[in-house]
Design a protein around this ligand. Structure first.
Ligand code: IPM
Ligand code: MG
Length: 346
């Protein structure tokens, strides 16, 4: 019998509405497919409300408490009344960097019954492996002559062989077990230092995966293909900022951000991985009970898979797939969707 410690951080806005639904379905699937599994949930309060109250985001002590967990189940952060960057840097990025989330895994699949905004989407089923600890997100930089007409601002992109290799290795391994096609995206025609480091790492690791076909695309051109021919992709690997942008478009073409899940993975087993919807806190619809919890529920499936609960993960995926196929256009509330998916756990 296994036991797990899961930290729960709903965050802000609709995070408070979707996270309970993700956990509801996770619990139902555990009961059905891994009975006897002990799970201890601990709640962490981080987000705009706390920041307004105390000026704190996520403290170093809390980061250390989180380290003692097997996984982190996260909602979203962001509030227009908090200076932009405060919650992002102080909470979600603090965890991605603090726990070495080398891979930000973002599956994109057009499920049967889901309408894509593309006229002729074809079959879409790919994984984006977004590097999670480096690039433009590394927080290296600063300002000179702040707020003067002579201001200079640097936002340095950091690319290490070590960091790139962690993401690239993971991407090759996933491609090997799927359709054996890896596409890496960059702009090595312009970003000649970072881009060619990526190229050389891909070529180096690729020698160990002779069955995997490797293809390079400039990221801008890939945005055309993602709309015109998304079926070409199996596994995409790319840097942190390109990956951020690519996965929003990928979510859009597969039926919207309400369905897009992600896992921030510590691939070395040195800290907890974190699972979250790709969407944000959506202050415009927060508190209304209308947010779609599907992305949080699919994130729970990714978490189950990561914890080795394969049957639990598959049961959640199946239940979501059935619900999506039966969904139609009827408007349903957040907990209604959660209940319907939980009821389909077989
Ligand atoms: C995402 C989000 C985050 C990011 C923000 C909230 C910091 O857009 O998870 O894609 O830029 O990575
Ligand atoms: Mg994003």
């Amino acid at each position: 019998m296994s036991s797990f410690k899961i930290a729960v951080l709903p965050g802000d806005g609709i995070g408070h509405e979707v996270v309970p639904e993700g956990l509801k379905v996770f619990r139902a699937a555990l009961a059905a497919h891994a009975p006897g599994t002990q799970v201890e949930y601990s709640d962490f309060d981080a987000g705009a409300e706390r920041w307004h109250r105390t000026g704190e985001t996520l403290t170093d002590e809390e980061l250390e408490q989180l380290r003692g967990h097997d996984a982190i189940f996260f909602g979203a952060v962001g509030d227009p009344n908090v200076p932009s960057g405060t919650l992002e840097r102080g909470i979600i990025l603090k965890m991605r960097f603090g726990f070495e989330h080398a891979v930000n895994l973002r599956p994109s699949k057009l499920y049967p019954g889901v309408r894509s905004p593309l006229a002729d989407p074809g079959e879409i089923d790919f994984l984006v492996v977004r590097e999670g600890t480096e690039g433009a997100y590394a927080g290296q930089g600063g300002s000179l002559r702040y707020n003067t007409p002579q201001e200079v601002a640097n936002e340095v992109t950091v690319n290490t062989w070590y960091g790139v290799e962690r993401a690239v290795r993971y991407a090759f391994a996933r491609a090997q077990e799927r359709r054996k096609k890896l596409t890496y995206l960059h702009k090595h025609n312009v970003m000649v230092h970072a881009g060619h480091l990526w190229r050389r790492v891909v070529e180096h690791v690729g020698q160990e995966y002779p069955d995997v076909t490797v293809n390079y695309e400039h990221t801008d051109a890939a945005m055309i293909y993602l709309v015109q021919d998304p079926g070409r992709y199996d596994v995409i690997v790319t840097d942190n900022l390109f990956g951020d942008i690519v996965t929003d478009l990928a979510a859009a073409v597969t039926g919207g951000i309400g369905l897009a899940a992600s896992g921030n993975l510590n691939v070395e087993g040195t800290g907890p991985s974190l699972f979250e919807p790709i969407h944000g806190s959506a202050p415009d619809i927060a508190g209304k009970g209308i947010a779609d919890p599907t992305a949080s529920i699919l994130s729970a499936a990714l978490m189950a898979g990561h914890l080795g609960l394969t049957q639990v993960a598959e049961a959640i995926d199946r239940a979501v797939e059935e619900d999506l196929a039966a969904r139609g256009d009827a408007a349903r509330g957040t907990s209604e969707v959660g209940d319907a998916i939980a009821a389909r756990i077989g």
